[in-house]
Design a protein around this ligand. Sequence first.
Ligand code: ZN
Ligand code: ZN
Length: 368
Amino acid sequence: MEQPYASRRERAQTRLQERGADGAVAYPGPNLQYFTGFRGEPVDRFHALYLPAEGEATLVTPDGYHTQARTNASVEAFRTVPGNDPAAVAGALAELFGDGDRLLVDDDALHALTGPLYAELGAESVESAAPLFRALRRRKDESEVTALKRSAAVADEVSEAVRALGAEAVGLTEAELATEIRAELHTRGARSVAFDVVVGSGPNGADPALRFSDREIRASEPVVVDFGCFLDGYASDQTRTVVFDGDPPARFPDVHEAVLAALDAGVDAVEPGATAGDVDAAVRETLADRGYGDRFTHPTGHGVGLASHEDLSIAEGEETTLEAGMVFSVEPGVYFEGEFGVRIEDLVVVTEDGCERLNDSPRTWEPL
Ligand code: ZN
Ligand code: ZN
């Protein structure tokens, strides 16, 4: 497959020129990976990509990590600096920047390079690169959609494996099931979890912010299971609500059906030209029609890509227009405090004439 990195850098360069900026710097993490294929983590290795508005991109690397960078990064030029010294890397970046006026610097996360860079260049010539990088990463190219589908497939497989536990899951603590899920993800090639696994049994499932606890999973109670992994740098994220054994609470089947209908309505509303708010409204109205509107207490979804939560927000009144290539979650939930919660989540990619789901594992609550 043709490497997408050069064309991503070209698109960035066009935008730099449009903005009248002379260059941009990307740090290790999602942005460096986006432009070079090399994630460069952990963050205490001070690689940095210098991308000028015109001309060749240069990856500045500490000499100790030079081989690793050369093997993994697809970029026109490399420059090595001695040691692993942020000031030396900042010096090299300043040299590449030369007598430019405006440099856009990666600030998605605090980074040890930022201080030295400001010191080298002066605060007046440095600006955030976040708006530019986010805009570029929002629409996924073909190779990214392929990677996201692979990551989603791993999450789906693990979801099915977990649900196949059936009655065996009863008596495990939430933490133990979370450990099992992490192990299953790693077995299938995941590098890490995309965010900490959520196992919310019974009343714990009613708190969408909770991850897991030492509470034992019991028969006849709904369990919200929400997780994803990083595979080749790309995140997955899906949720199913399961009853591992026994009969669920009386009102649960109706709630589950309503959440499923809300998910379907949300997915049906996804097409180029619709807004993020339209998708949220479709979900919210479906739940309201069924009497659960006031129990859906969070936004409908979020962007997913090289990070598990990207800045695209599928929420009430969001006016962002959906475009082909955007990938995000649709994740309605209904929560009964002290009793149980139900959330079902799929990722979708916007296509030219609608959307495609990235997840296809069973959405029923019964054990598989
Ligand atoms: Zn999730
Ligand atoms: Zn999510």
